[in-house]
Design a protein around this ligand. Sequence first.
Ligand SMILES: NC(=O)C1=CN([C@@H]2O[C@H](COP(=O)(O)OP(=O)(O)OC[C@H]3O[C@@H](n4cnc5c(N)ncnc54)[C@H](OP(=O)(O)O)[C@@H]3O)[C@@H](O)[C@H]2O)C=CC1
Ligand SMILES: O=C(O)CCC(=O)C(=O)O
Ligand SMILES: [Mg+2]
Length: 474
Amino acid sequence: MANFEKLTAPSEGQRITFSDGNPVVPDHPIIPFIRGDGTGIDIWPATQLVIDKAIEKAYGKNRSIEWFKIYAGDEACELYGTYQYLPNDTLEAIRTYGIAIKGPLTTPVGGGIRSLNVSLRQIFDLYSCVRPCKYYEGTPSPHKKPQDLDVIVYRENTEDIYMGIEWESDDPECIKLIDQINNEIIPASQKLKNRKIPSGSGIGIKPVSKIGSQRHIRRAIKHALTLEGSKRHVTLVHKGNIMKFTEGAFRDWGYELATTEFRNECVTERESWILGNVEKNPHISYEENAELIDPGYSSLTEEKKKAICDEVCSVLSIIGSSHGSGKWKDMVMVDDRIADSIFQQIQTRPQEYSILATLNLNGDYISDAAAAIVGGLGMAPGANIGDKAAIFEATHGTAPKHAGLDRINPGSVILSGVMMLEYLGWNEAAKLITNGLSKSISDKQVTYDLARLMEPRVEPLSCSDFANSIVERF
Ligand SMILES: NC(=O)C1=CN([C@@H]2O[C@H](COP(=O)(O)OP(=O)(O)OC[C@H]3O[C@@H](n4cnc5c(N)ncnc54)[C@H](OP(=O)(O)O)[C@@H]3O)[C@@H](O)[C@H]2O)C=CC1
Ligand SMILES: O=C(O)CCC(=O)C(=O)O
Ligand SMILES: [Mg+2]
């Protein structure tokens, strides 16, 4: 059992363990929580109340969570001393108990400590950040049809520029690195020609690995397999036209996975066009099919035309019988979109998307943007999932100007708690909370962020009253 310097684990309750990446959950699991900085002080008690009441209502005394308070951020420094933002006790508790839930933690811009949030994801190898963005009836939104958006952002969580491998512009190591890149590494590459990094630049490195990308996309595809109809759909989001060997490779590795490991369960968008063309016209030639899937076909070089005809031939010979005659329509559709385009697509054609598999930075941006459509950061939950641990947390940050005022919307951490309950398999309790939350919103019993957008405006509830209002509506 774990040895803690300043913590005492609950005397009641048991550990959650993992088997093949899935949690094995006792009836009274010990779950560590981090209150969080800023508005964490308001949000956490509201969240704990709602989760506990839902479990009690759903299971009586047969199930409960034994909460274990652990420390990170400013609160940790108060207990453990200056600069002890992420004490060993905290890491040991999460390692021991496997699942944790947290409020937001502050990260300074520019200098100062590295993000504690990102550190936790990396330390526990929580490689997928799962952020559902779904509309709850009655939530005010700047969009005309927010109900059309129902996407899950699957953000790779451990690589990309968030690995934090970067140097300040005046760091002697950075100056040395720029010199070496400009004078040895770039000249050695035909492709980079005579590019030069301007002196005085800061440098950041963006590692994206095949293993890291595929284990994440695998989770996204497995999730899509649990969905129905047009929601069995994974879009690989990337900026691969510009960053070919990181973002572009993420796309290519995604397609590779879909067409090998998941060959019997997936169809790519291009394959679906080829198969669909044959279904519309069984006598269509390879070239006619190629013209339909590439509208600019006639102006292409002969070499490119041949490559597309070969692609048509290969798709039909490899998956024509397994996926053809409409069978592909029940499979998981895998397509890709360039990141800037997906920002407008989720606003203009939201119903066409389901799971958005992204790299780390793109997912960070897209999850805030998608949350805005369905009601803002007060309604944006998330889960960081790995094979041996999971930490649940909201998409938003500490919102410092609202801290300690009992006014912030606790909805995102409460819904992160719902994700946690679903992860535990405690779906009845999860459902009580989403029902209570939906009813509270449709009764216009909401916090300031939603109240100010309602027409006519309504009197806002405090953070704690919103929690009570959810519980009253279970
Ligand atoms: N995972 C984490 O712990 C994260 C931590 N952070 C950190 O949080 C700190 C503050 O970041 P900041 O950029 O201000 O972003 P925040 O997400 O903390 O807040 C920005 C604005 O979003 C709105 N908002 C945020 N949370 C809620 C909520 N629960 N209910 C209603 N509205 C909400 C508020 O808008 P308004 O005032 O207009 O109502 C708020 O002022 C930084 O140190 C950052 O690094 C940021 C993101 C994630
Ligand atoms: O760690 C931080 O401070 C910010 C992280 C963040 O924006 C996110 O996880 O969405
Ligand atoms: Mg963010």
